[in-house]
Each structure stands twice: as structure tokens, then as C-alpha cells.
Design a protein around this ligand. Structure first.
Ligand SMILES: NC(=O)c1ccc[n+]([C@@H]2O[C@H](COP(=O)([O-])OP(=O)(O)OC[C@H]3O[C@@H](n4cnc5c(N)ncnc54)[C@H](O)[C@@H]3O)[C@@H](O)[C@H]2O)c1
Ligand SMILES: O=C(O)C[C@H](O)C(=O)O
Ligand SMILES: [Mn+2]
Length: 549
């Protein structure tokens, strides 16, 4: 079907704006619909970047970039790929949190997302078909908006996390933007502010749980799999009571990925391996404490635990190295409200003379002497100077990762951790952190955000046509990030820098795809894994074929 000139200019997949050549303008009926000058993509990028720089706040910058995205995908991704380091905190976390909280008020455009509604399950198929519009969808990021970053339940407004994560997939790993779909499952919200907000664009009802919720998720998954048989299905920011259950339900059947559980597990394992490369210590000598043992906290713990087993430790012995701290304090096996993911790591009270007093992080750190402390609690400022000093007293190079997002929720600031530990702590944060100058050394701070791995993991899984995403592939992805940073340099980061995101996404993709093929998970014949990964990659450039239809 041929598009009208109006449709071409209004379709971000087709539109080239001022870059339409005069031949194209003639052929497509665009004469007189654009200013006479014909620009190159590079000129457009330069001009757009100058406009971007004139914006005052990060939120204005993001809104501006989204208008470019809504107008012209090639231009948006070319611009993004040239400024990955600068744009990541604008397009993605932390600025994305502001657009999620203000989504309804700021709404101008649905950004190619699919909005599914629990009161209308019969239209799931039509909705997915309408938004795919005949495109070959290979990747969906879906959220139900219940556990957005650490800011909680944002109902339909959570759709922006799906949109943002997909943008990072394309910018970092070259996933073709015409093969992706952001989806929000609107099952209501318990956010009173939204329910009372006249502008709220989602379903105005309490969040649905239980049988009806699971039936809705099942129907969505079955329909998406039917319509898009080569799908990689990424779940993002589901609530603590559903996230792990959904992953466990599907992970042995179809290619599914939970970013908060698995993606975060990979990046934290990679960060710990990087830190141990710097300190020269052994993984299996570490004592691990998770502060906040929810979706991410328990997911990371499981991944690190599996690494101990992989390194040859007996499971019962390995478990003794792990301690979870949540709202109740140190988690004990007699507590009535443990989640299934917490239970295997809960301790016995008889291990401690003062077990009943271990009701907060400071007391737990004092009693346990962890060498690794990872924060996924959503409670800011909880990694205090006293706690850091306590760790330093018991281990020479403590590994301390405050990972709660966005910025306002981080358990500590990188600069404080470096200072309180006299430069000894090996630090990574969830959001980007500037290098810290202390006592003549510049400490680079790694970003332990799943965005450093999920694009490569997805690319590798899709390119290898793997029918499942296995623990082996996940482990291979985590290990592939080693060796990029020179750990012998003073102040070296524990993870590779975001500025090299595209390069190491390729590394992660190849490692993941190789493992998939080694495990015989590929559904199509793959002769050369690297070539298969490279062939899958989309680069932002104008093509003549795209212009017409
Ligand atoms: N850096 C990353 O890549 C990354 C990835 C995933 C999640 N996160 C961050 O981790 C945080 C948690 O995310 P989640 O998906 O696991 O959420 P979640 O709701 O599943 O888990 C949060 C946990 O923290 C616990 N908690 C709340 N208050 C506490 C307190 N005062 N003391 C101790 N524990 C407390 C909760 O009971 C819950 O178990 C968020 O801020 C999120 O942004 C970061
Ligand atoms: O979205 C992020 O920045 C990371 C992570 O998935 C989170 O939920 O915080
Ligand atoms: Mn998340």
C-alpha cells in the first residue's frame, strides 16, 4: 500500500524530513511540503544537537528528544548513538523517572506503545496487531507499572519505562526499532494520587491481583507468542508479589527475561568480579549482604550464589555466605512473611547470641561482618558513615554498591563512600556518578545498572534464535564484561564505562549467543556466531527503499 505524502511525513519510521532528496520529493509527492534545502543526516544531527543543548533542564531535554523520536527514528538514533554517554541519563534513568511521574500531564504522543487493559482482554490480539501494523516484532518490553524503579506504582504511566528500555536496546545494541514494541498491562493502580488526578490516563480502579491478573498476563503472553513467534519477551518493573512467579512460570518454555531479577543479577556479578580483579581477593571468600531483598535484591543474591556453586563450592556451604536484610532486619527462617525467593537465604536465630536485636542494617553489619554490601532497598541514605567504617574495620577492600534508583533513592553517594572508607571501598552505583577525586587519586565509578547488559543479552539471544534464555547464557554474559577495565590503574572502576556501551554490548551479545549455540538452543542453523550477531544489527542511516512504503 502506498503512503500519502502526509502519511510519510507523519510516520517516524519513514520520515527523513529535510533529508528527502529532490528525486524522492518528486517521486513521493513531497514537493513544496518541506523547505527547499536538502540536508544530510549529519547536518540534521548537528542542528538537532544544537537545539538540544539550548534546553534548560534535563526534563526539557528529554521532552525535546522525544519529539525527535516521534518525528524521525533514524535522526533520533543517529543523534543518540553519537552522544550515548550524555544522553543515557536523559533518555533513560534518572530523568525517565520524572516523565513517568508526570506522564499524564505531559502526554502528547503514545510513542508506538501498546496499552492493554484488564477490563478488555478480548481486544489484546487486535491491540497488538494494530500497533505492530504488520511489522516483524522480535522484542517486547512489557511492564504492569507496579514496581517502577524504586518509585512504586505508576499504573499506565509506567509505559515510559518500556519505551525508554527499548531506546537503550537500539542505541546500545542496534536492535532494529521497527522490530520492537513497548507494552503496558494496565491492571489498575493503588497510587491514590493517580486515582484522584483528573488528568490520569490509565484505568481508574484499584490494582487487580490473583486469578484475574494471572489470566490476563497469560492471555497477553499467549497472544504475543502467537502473533510474533520469534519473540524475546522482556518483563520490567513488575511488583514483588508477581515478578518472580511470572518468570518462573515461563522461563523453561519460551524466551523470557526479567530485567530486574536477571539483568541486575548479571551486572552486579560482573561488578563484583571486576572489584575482585582489583582487590585480588577470591569470590568464595566473600560474605555477601543484600539490603532490600525484593525482586532485584533476591535476584542478585541468587545469581551470586550460583557463581559460588559454579566455582566449585558445595551448595550448603555456599548458602552460609549470604545474608538478607529487609524491613524486618536480618531475615530469619522463623519469620512468617518471607517471600519464596528469600526463604533459601534466611538464617537461623541460633547462629547469633543477639539475634532479636538484629532488626536494622547497622546491627546486622556489626554482627555479620559482610565484605560485600548491595543496596536495593529504595531507602536513601541508609549506607551511613558508621556502617562503612564498620565494614572497613573487618575487610580491607569492601565492595559497596548502592543501587536503588532514581538518584533520590540511592543508599549512598559514591563520593561519600570513597571518603568514609579512605578510598578503600570498591563502589558502583545504579545511576551515573561523576569520578571522585580523593587524596590525589581519581576514582572512576562504575554504573551497576542493568542497561549495561540487557541490550547485549537481548541481541545475542535474538541473533542466536535461542528458544530459551538459560542460566548458562546469563552467566556467560556476566563473565564477558571482565577484562575491559584495567584494574591495575589507581582508582579503576569495577565496570566498563557507559561511553563504551555499544562496543561491549557486542561483546555481551557474542558471549550470550555462543553459549546458546553451545547449549544447542538455536532454532535456526548458525554457522558463525559473530557474523549472526553483526547481521542482526541495525544502524541509523537513510535508505531509499524505506522512503516509499
Ligand atoms: N541498578 C539497577 O540496575 C537496578 C535494577 C533493579 C532494581 N534497582 C533498584 O532497586 C530498588 C528495588 O527494586 P525492586 O524491583 O527490587 O523493588 P522491590 O519492591 O521488589 O524490593 C524492594 C525491597 O526493599 C525492601 N525495603 C523497603 N523498605 C526497606 C527498609 N526500610 N529496610 C530494608 N528493606 C526495605 C522491601 O520490603 C522490598 O523487599 C529500586 O530502587 C530499583 O530502582 C536497581
Ligand atoms: O531502570 C533502571 O534504571 C534499572 C532498573 O531496572 C530499575 O528498576 O531500577
Ligand atoms: Mn527495572
Amino acid at each position: 500500500m502506498t503512503n500519502t505524502p502526509e502519511q510519510i511525513l507523519n510516520n517516524p519510521f519513514l520520515n527523513k524530513g529535510t533529508a528527502f532528496t529532490s528525486a524522492e520529493r518528486n517521486a513521493l509527492g513531497l514537493n513544496g511540503m518541506l523547505p527547499p534545502a536538502v540536508q544530510t543526516l549529519d547536518q540534521q544531527v548537528k542542528q538537532t544537537y544544537a537545539q538540544y543543548q539550548s534546553k534548560g533542564s534535563d526534563l526539557e531535554k528529554r521532552i525535546f528528544l522525544m519529539t525527535i523520536f516521534n518525528t524521525n527514528h533514524v535522526l533520533f538514533y543517529k543523534l543518540f548513538s553519537e552522544h550515548v554517554y550524555e544522553f543515557m541519563p536523559i533518555v533513560y534513568d534518572p530523568t525517565i523517572a520524572d516523565t513517568i511521574e508526570n506522564y499524564s500531564a505531559l502526554f502528547t504522543e503514545p510513542q508506538n506503545a501498546t496499552y492493554l487493559n484488564i477490563d478488555d482482554p478480548d481486544h489484546i490480539e487486535a491491540a497488538l496487531r494494530n500497533s505492530a501494523d504488520g511489522r516483524d516484532i522480535r522484542l517486547i518490553v512489557v511492564t504492569d507499572g507496579e514496581g517502577i524503579l524504586g518509585i512504586g506504582d505508576w499504573g499506565t504511566q509506567g509505559v515510559d519505562i518500556a519505551v525508554g528500555k527499548l531506546m537503550v536496546y537500539t542505541a546500545a545494541a542496534g536492535i532494529d526499532p521497527s522490530q520492537v514494541l513497548p507494552v503496558v498491562l494496565d491492571v489498575g493502580t493503588n497510587n491514590e494520587a493517580l486515582l484522584n488526578d483528573d488528568l490520569y490516563l490509565g484505568l481508574r480502579k484499584k490494582r487487580v491481583y490473583g486469578k484475574q491478573y494471572h489470566a490476563f498476563v497469560d492471555k497477553f503472553v499467549a497472544t504475543a507468542e502467537k502473533l510474533f513467534p520469534k519473540l524475546y519477551l522482556h518483563f520490567e518493573d513488575f511488583g514483588r508479589s508477581n515478578a518472580a512467579d511470572i518468570l518462573n512460570q515461563y522461563k523453561d518454555q519460551i524466551t523470557v527475561f526479567n530485567d530486574d531479577i536477571q539483568g541486575t543479577g548479571i551486572i552486579v556479578l560482573a561488578g563484583i568480579l571486576g572489584a575482585l580483579n582489583i582487590s585480588g581477593e577470591k569470590m568464595t571468600d566473600q560474605v555477601y549482604m543484600s539490603f532490600g531483598a525484593g525482586t532485584a535484591g533476591a535476584g542478585i543474591t541468587q545469581r551470586i550464589y550460583e557463581e559460588y556453586i559454579q566455582q566449585g563450592m558445595d551448595p550448603a556451604e555456599a548458602r552460609k555466605h549470604f545474608y538478607l536484610v529487609d524491613k524486618q532486619g536480618l531475615l530469619f527462617d522463623d519469620m512468617p512473611d518471607l517471600t519464596p525467593e528469600q526463604k533459601p537465604f534466611a538464617r537461623q536465630r541460633s547462629e547469633f547470641a543477639n539475634a532479636d536485636q538484629l532488626t536494622n542494617l547497622a546491627a546486622a553489619v556489626k554482627a555479620v561482618h559482610p565484605t560485600i554490601l548491595v543496596g536495593t532497598s529504595t531507602v536513601p541514605g541508609t549506607f551511613t558513615e558508621d556502617i562503612v567504617k564498620e565494614m572497613i574495620a573487618n575487610t580491607p577492600r569492601p565492595i559497596i554498591f548502592p543501587l536503588s534508583n532514581p538518584t533520590k533513592l540511592a543508599e549512598a553517594k559514591a563520593a561519600d563512600l570513597i571518603q568514609w572508607s579512605d578510598g578503600k571501598a570498591l563502589v558502583a552505583t545504579g545511576i551515573p556518578a561523576a569520578p571522585v577525586k580523593y587524596n590525589g587519586v581519581t576514582y572512576e565509578i562504575g554504573q551497576a545498572n542493568n542497561a549495561l547488559v540487557y541490550p547485549g543479552l537481548g541481541l545475542g539471544t535474538i541473533a542466536s534464535t535461542a528458544r530459551l534464555l538459560t542460566d548458562g547464557m546469563i552467566s556467560a554474559a556476566a563473565h564477558s564484561l571482565g577484562g575491559i577495565v584495567d584494574g591495575s590503574q589507581p582508582g579503576a572502576a569495577v565496570l566498563p564505562p557507559v561511553s563504551k556501551l555499544s562496543a561491549f554490548s557486542q561483546t555481551v551479545a557474542v558471549a550470550t549467543a555462543k553459549e546458546a549455540v553451545a547449549e544447542k538452543l538455536n532454532q535456526e542453523d548458525i554457522k558463525d556466531v559473530e557474523q549472526a550477531v553483526t547481521a542482526m544489527k541495525w544502524t541509523p542511516a537513510y535508505t531509499t527503499e524505506k522512503a516509499g512504503e
